[in-house]
Design a protein around this ligand. Structure first.
Ligand SMILES: C[S@@+](CC[C@H](N)C(=O)[O-])C[C@H]1O[C@@H](n2cnc3c(N)ncnc32)[C@H](O)[C@@H]1O
Length: 336
């Protein structure tokens, strides 16, 4: 054994859930939203969040040590990042995904070992069916899930708005659109674009409310359907974000074929996910997302950009390429 080896990185990862849950509880309590209004001392912050005094100081100071808060002259304030992304009052809020991690995934991941042994989902679909059917019958959970999708997709959506040649296309439909964060980001960035989203019936009110909030109801409309039983709506560009990874290989291939059939000649399909690197050794988020699909779905898994390009060509697309978006996310672009 090398004399310089220490167990530090092992412990840091092993105890990672302490820091993770501290952040998730802070988001749940609305701590960053409160501090976005004004810096506060510990007693006043604890009072506003309804916290017992025993843990409050350790909780706040842990968040300072974890780089999520600043403390100056005895007053706590947000960092530039937590102020921009974790204040619920700002349109840049991405905490929806953390709300869902807190309310759903944190508990479900406690059964990871069981999932690894059985290959079975550990969420609402543990007793049968699929996650989306289970969510459809629970409007509160459905809304929370759809808001979570906006949190996880907004950075990728903004990068996609900047990196794809939208001037060459007029219409776009996001397939499995959830709240509509992607079409809204694209429509805000490119005033000539029209289109909307396609999803199951239960999602309609959540989409329409979000689109109306951005005053885009004249340009973006909801298309009801199931991509298992219906053809996809026609548009110059179809987007599939976090869709292929929900399903097994045969279902992935079927979805790509349906997209090919719905596009005009020269039309484009953009698939984005946390595409895993070809060596399957660097994009830890993409690999862990694939384990998350083990927890959440019956047959879903994440994949490399090369896998996706191969499936796109099999589905009949004449060319396909991969472009990095932001952080762990990349898009595979296929042209019919
Ligand atoms: C993981 S979410 C991804 C949402 C969004 N594309 C994003 O990345 O933010 C999967 C989406 O697929 C939708 N979906 C599931 N089954 C579907 C089906 N059979 N037909 C159409 N949409 C479906 C869900 O309702 C959900 O909005």
């Amino acid at each position: 054994m090398s004399s310089t080896a220490t167990p530090e990185s092992i412990f840091q990862l092993g105890f990672g859930f302490w820091g993770s849950k501290t952040l998730l509880s802070a988001v749940e309590l609305g701590l960053f939203t409160e501090l976005a209004k004004a810096p506060l001392g510990a007693d006043e912050l604890a009072r506003r969040l309804g916290l017992h005094k025993r843990g409050a100081l350790d909780f706040f100071d842990s968040l300072v040590a974890l780089g999520m808060l600043k403390r100056e002259g005895g007053k706590y304030s947000n960092t530039p990042e937590t102020d921009l992304y974790l204040d619920r009052a700002k349109p840049s809020y991405v905490g929806g995904i953390l709300d869902m991690c807190n309310a759903r995934l944190y508990g479900f991941w406690g059964s990871l070992t069981e999932a690894l042994r059985t290959g079975q989902p550990q969420n609402e679909a543990k007793q049968g069916g699929n996650l989306f059917d289970a969510l459809s019958s629970d409007p509160k959970r459905l809304r929370q899930f759809m808001e979570a999708m906006s949190g996880v997709s907004l950075p990728a959506a903004n990068a996609m708005a900047a990196k794809f040649p939208w001037r060459n296309y007029k219409t776009v439909i996001d397939v499995g659109c959830a709240q509509g964060a992607v079409p809204v980001a694209l429509a805000l960035a490119h005033p000539h674009l029209t289109g909307g989203g396609f999803d199951i019936p239960a999602v309609r009110p959540v989409f329409e409310e979000y689109v109306a909030r951005h005053k885009l109801q004249d340009r973006l409309r909801f298309h009801v359907g199931s991509f298992f039983t219906d053809p996809l709506p026609e548009a110059d560009v179809l987007v599939m974000g976090h869709i292929l990874h929900d399903w097994d290989l045969a279902e992935k291939r079927m979805l790509l074929k349906k997209a090919h059939a719905a596009l005009p000649r020269g039309g484009a399909l953009i698939v984005y996910d946390a595409l895993i690197d070809v060596e399957r050794s660097r994009n830890a988020f993409g690999l862990l997302m694939s384990l998350n699909m083990l927890i959440e779905t019956r047959g879903g898994f994440d994949y490399t950009g090369a896998d996706c390009v191969g499936w796109m060509k099999e589905a009949g697309f004449r060319e396909a390429r991969v472009e990095h978006l932001l952080g762990p996310d990349s898009m595979a672009i296929a042209i019919k």
